[in-house]
Design a binder for this molecule. Sequence first.
Ligand code: DQA
Length: 145
Amino acid sequence: MSKTVFVLNGPNLNMLGKREPGIYGGQTLEDVKQLCVSAGADLGFDVDFRQSNHEGTLIDWIHEAGDKAVGVAINAGAYTHTSIALHDAIKAVSVPVIELHISNVHAREEFRHHSMIAPAAKGVICGFGTASYILALHALKYTIA
Ligand code: DQA
């Protein structure tokens, strides 16, 4: 039986494909969803893929994942760098959470170098384009299995 994992996306990721393509590439969020569903199926995961521009919604989904999923991969977008509330939500659930980013945040502006959520996450993947999502699913597989 497949295990459910949540793949959560934060603010502005609905704009993928149109948004700063030199940094984030030309794939849309729908393309990334298909990648995750297909890579997840190969790993025995049923991927529940979601996006919200609202911090509270992301927090509600992390809580929900604590009851319904075996793990979470999250691209929290800019909330990565600001949100103590997301940090606390990750701490509040017992399922592993992998932080991921499309771009290499450490090679960009200084304000992207710090993550509020990394200390609460199992680990962090960044800089591999949309393949970061697939790598995060593999990381979950290793973490859970
Ligand atoms: C991002 C990096 C963040 O700094 C930025 O705010 C994003 C996208 C990434 O996937 O590279 O929205 O999380």
